[in-house]
Design a protein around this ligand. Structure first.
Ligand code: 1GP
Length: 254
């Protein structure tokens, strides 16, 4: 079980984790094997696969290609019910709790539940919270929901808490892929202070320095997509930085 044996285990030890997001639309075979190579070398914790919209790509082939090339767990990060695939190791069962679109709060879940049961997929219930990032991101447009304002710390905290009280096992603060501004550090700090479940943060993180700030603000898992698609080597920089943070956090504990 990925959640209990990896995510939660590391979380309880205070170990920061890194997920690389693969968009099936952008995953060309060559590029994918390059990303797998860097991910293995740099001990990336998870691959997330999925997207708000998949036009010409195919999530099933992308997952298959990843499973052939790496032992890193592949977790579906679905835009909708059609992205459920039995080859994956787990599925983030995302409920878009910052929005008021019933289809993304429960509708797509009802549609996908029978297939999930049939495939025996591990389901990780996740409270997905969209934060305004200065531009209209694809997820915002496609989900037809309003994000929480960039400075809406109290709303973000209340929403995250509500997700945890509803039994969600992860909370994901999302600025949106390609976001102009990442989720603000102050918001991450406040949400983290109130939560007892692991916190994921993603959207618009393009440098190791920014990833460091997000980890230090309190993210347990940082997600990087776009920046790695264009520059796989960035993974080394981010992974080295994550290692240093983990070493210093472990030292502090002793
Ligand atoms: C998007 O949080 C992820 O869902 C990653 O975003 O592609 O901007 O890194 P980027």
């Amino acid at each position: 079980m990925i959640y209990n044996n990896q995510i939660l285990k590391k979380f309880k030890k205070g170990i920061r984790q890194l997920a690389v997001l693969i968009d099936p639309d952008k995953a060309e075979a060559d590029q994918l094997s390059n990303i797998c190579k860097y991910a293995e070398q740099n001990e990336v914790d998870y691959f997330f696969v999925g997207g708000s919209v998949i036009t010409h790509g195919n999530i099933h082939y992308t997952i298959q290609a990843l499973k052939k090339q790496t032992d890193i767990p592949v977790i579906i990060f679905p835009g909708n019910a059609s992205q459920v695939d039995k080859q994956a190791d787990a599925l983030l069962y995302l409920s878009l709790i910052s929005g008021r679109n019933p289809d993304l709060l429960i509708g797509q879940h009802v549609i996908s539940a029978p297939a999930i049961k049939e495939f025996g997929l591990e389901v990780i219930s996740t409270g997905y919270i969209l934060i305004d990032s200065g531009n209209v991101t694809t997820v915002q447009y496609v989900s037809n929901t309003k994000p929480i304002p960039h400075d809406g710390i109290e709303i973000a905290v209340s929403t995250a808490l509500a997700g945890e009280y509803l039994g969600m096992k992860l909370i994901y603060l999302e600025a949106g892929s390609g976001a102009r501004r990442t989720v603000p550090e102050k918001m991450i700090q406040e949400v983290k202070r109130q939560l007892t479940v692991p916190l994921i943060v993603g959207g618009g993180i393009r440098t190791a320095e920014k990833a460091k700030e997000i980890y230090l603000a309190g993210a347990d898992i940082v997600v990087i997509g776009n920046a790695i698609e264009t520059n796989a080597e960035l993974m080394t920089e981010i992974a080295d930085m994550k290692k240093l943070i983990n070493q210093s956090l472990q030292k502090e504990k002793q």
